[in-house]
Design a protein around this ligand. Structure first.
Ligand code: TTP
Ligand code: MN
Ligand code: MN
Ligand code: MN
Length: 368
């Protein structure tokens, strides 16, 4: 008798918000190459192409096994011709020539260095690149006037571009909790972003702050910032006040994916104990860490929590699902049902998924 080994045929829902994506990735070679191409497209401000590569990478992230042949991919969504060529190249040759040459290109390397400066986006980096500025030293010699954020970004460049560890995130959490409780007892602080999804490192630390009594959270941020400043914890901060009520976004029609919460983009000074040798003992040194603080009224907390937990692709897919499949508009503030012409209330993430007709996906499975 003969036995034929059939390849595992993969399948997955096409919306990332219907898939469970943990941090266990069996296809890093493929997803890293596709992520480089996505990043390159984003740096070139080609959003459509960026999203296409992000979607392709995300569908491979949720597979239970490593891909070993092209036939296995036949039933999978989100894999366009270009992504398929990249995958084929890697399966046949061990690497993607396009991703490799992108990584080594002068433009990609320079744009990465320049956007590594806090406060510098793709547009600014591209303008500088076209002026011949390809490095930090060339930027400093150029005599360009930098805004406050960019000056801080340049000053703390090395620290900010080092990954933040969970240990550091926990230390920051303690400081933020102390600050918030000092100015508003009873306020609640939640770690959001990548660390809430179970990541062990991040590019920053994200927090959402609320108070169980609606309205008590108003004006909280400036007080928290003052406290942190007085204690010497802030190297840089820029606070933006809440603009939700005065915005003309209309029912469930946010002007952009940016929300309108009172927020503070900051750089914290974190003192860490660094062991410099057995005999010499411990030396104190400081590091700069990017921290995002957001304040939400408790009535919007579940939406803010869902919106600030990510991943970015998971969020995008949730909004796409809501709009295209449910005729609803989802933002970090609210969920609007366009058929019933009314807002749908929710006090937990579970309720929002239920309103959207989706199975609940916990934060650790939102790593699309
Ligand atoms: P990030 O901190 O940019 O990303 P992350 O925490 O997932 O990953 P990293 O470890 O690299 O920090 O954003 C966190 C979430 O916040 C993300 O899902 C999108 C959301 N967000 C908003 O809703 N509005 C905003 O203006 C920004 C900047 C982020
Ligand atoms: Mn150069
Ligand atoms: Mn983050
Ligand atoms: Mn952030």
């Amino acid at each position: 008798e003969k036995y034929f080994l059939l390849p595992v045929l993969f399948s997955a829902p096409s919306y990332a918000c219907k898939r469970r994506t943990t941090l266990k990735n069996h296809n890093t070679l493929l997803t890293e190459a596709l992520s480089i191409l996505a990043e390159s497209a984003e740096l070139n401000e080609d959003e459509g192409r960026g999203v296409a590569f992000r979607r392709a990478a995300a569908v491979l992230k949720c597979l239970p096994k490593a891909v070993s042949s092209m036939e296995q991919l036949r039933g999978l969504p989100c894999l366009g011709d270009h992504s398929m060529r990249v995958i084929k190249d890697i399966l046949e040759n061990g690497a993607s020539s396009e991703a490799e040459s992108t990584k080594q290109s002068e433009r990609f390397k320079a744009l990465k260095v320049l956007t590594g400066i806090f406060g510098v986006g793709a547009k600014t980096a591209d303008r500088w690149f076209r002026e011949g500025i390809h490095s930090l030293s060339q930027l400093q010699e150029s005599g360009h006037t930098l805004n406050q954020a960019q000056q801080a970004g340049l000053q703390f460049y090395d620290d900010i571009n080092l990954p933040v560890s969970k240990t550091e995130a926990d230390a920051i959490s303690e400081i933020v909790e102390k600050a918030v409780h000092a100015v508003l007892p009873g306020a609640e602080i939640t770690l959001t972003g990548g660390f809430r999804r179970g990541k062990l490192t991040g590019h920053d630390v994200d927090f959402l702050i609320t108070h169980p009594e609606e309205g008590k959270e108003e004006g909280l941020m400036p007080k928290v910032v003052s406290w942190l400043e007085s204690q010497g914890f802030l190297l840089y901060q820029k606070t933006t006040r809440n603009s939700y009520l005065e915005s003309k976004d209309g029912p469930g029609r946010p002007a952009s994916n940016m929300d309108r919460f009172e927020r503070c983009l900051s750089i914290f000074k974190l003192t860490k104990d660094r062991c410099v040798g057995q005999k010499q003992g411990t030396k104190q040194s400081a590091t700069a860490v990017r921290v995002d603080l957001v304040v939400s009224p408790v009535s919007q907390f579940a939406f803010a929590l869902l919106g600030w937990t990510g991943s970015k692709l998971f969020e995008r897919e949730l909004r796409r699902w809501a709009g295209h499949e449910k005729a609803m508009s989802l933002s970090s503030h609210a969920l609007y049902d366009n058929k019933q012409s009314r807002y749908l209330r929710a006090s937990s993430e579970e309720e929002i998924f239920a309103h959207l007709g989706l199975e609940y996906i916990p934060p650790t499975e939102r790593n699309a």
